[in-house]
Ligand binder design. Sequence first.
Ligand code: ZN
Length: 103
Amino acid sequence: MRVAGGGRPRREYFGKDEEPGEMRLTCPHCGERDLREFTYGGAALERPTGDWSAAWDDYIHLRDNPAGASREWWVHGAGCGAWLLVQRNTLTHDVMSVTEARA
Ligand SMILES: [Zn+2]
C-alpha cells in the first residue's frame, strides 16, 4: 500500500493515542502484550489439495499484500510459544480476533 505523501503513514491511519507502527496482540494464554513479543509466521492461506498444480505453486511462492482484512499466523515466541491465528485489518491495524492455532 502506498500512503499519500510518502514516508511514514499519516496519523489518521492509527487510533487515538496510538503511534504509527505500534500494535498489541492479546494472547489467549498471556493477555495483551506488545507486538515485539510476537513473530510473524506468514499469511494464513487456504491450503490446496491434490497433486502438484498451479494452485500449489501460488500457495508456496506468491503472496498478496492485502490492504484491509488479513488472516495471519503469529507465534508468541517471547511468551508462551503458542501459534496464533490473527485476523486483522492491515489499513487500520484493528485486530478482530486472536485464536490459538489448532491442528
Ligand atoms: Zn502467550
